[in-house]
Design a binder for this molecule. Sequence first.
Ligand SMILES: [Zn+2]
Length: 265
Amino acid sequence: MKQKLSSISVKSFILVFLVACSFNAFPVSDDIQLGKQVQQEIQNDPKQYPILNNAAARSYLQNMINQIIMSPKIKYRKEFAYKVEIIKDDNTVNAFCTPGGYIYVYTGLLKKLDNEAALAGVLGHEIAHAENRHSTQRMTKAYGASVLTNIVLGNEAGQLEQLGANLLTGLALLKNSRSDELESDEDSFHYLESTKWYPGGIKFFFEKVMTNKSSSIFEELLSTHPMPQDRLDQINKLIKESNTTGATKGDNLFKARYQEFLKSL
Ligand SMILES: [Zn+2]
């Protein structure tokens, strides 16, 4: 009995330790499964998520993603889907990524960007949410006690099923925490360092949001993405620290090509 008690307290200690370390109780296979599930739900709900029927526009974004995930910093290139769809909704300035790498970008966001480097920054940011497995990490925090107890006690089998499908979808798309956002911005910057795009491009978008903060068009974005002065500060710091070539030259922003793309939407 005594032995059992002390082993439980060691386990509780491990539990507290794991929660404090942003431990992820879910295996990578759950991210993949969860992503497929959410992607299916989105596909089955065209009212809420009207997918843009424009193969050329979709492949323009997909090609960019294919280049970004060639960064040596990407871990789940083979495991995750890294597929993109454009949602036809000019009034929503947002993008999101499911666990396992299904990326969705609203036309409202695309139209607020000025160049390809800014879009590359957004896509890299969404990829980073998947790479860092932020959704299942957040789910671990939300369900911490029950999920982790099961793991410590060795009953981890079937935990995803136990939690229930709708709840999962809801949780998977929950508000991103400030630290998740900053981490994704930073990772995106580093992914882009090995591409042809200026890695600090997302800052042009942040500057635009900052100068139009009261505009209702940014309301949803600001409610789901902690924004953006600290994110802008961080990007400026990263630009300063790295020996990134200046954005002003324009040859790594691909502005003209992006403007052509926008006309095709
Ligand atoms: Zn984000």
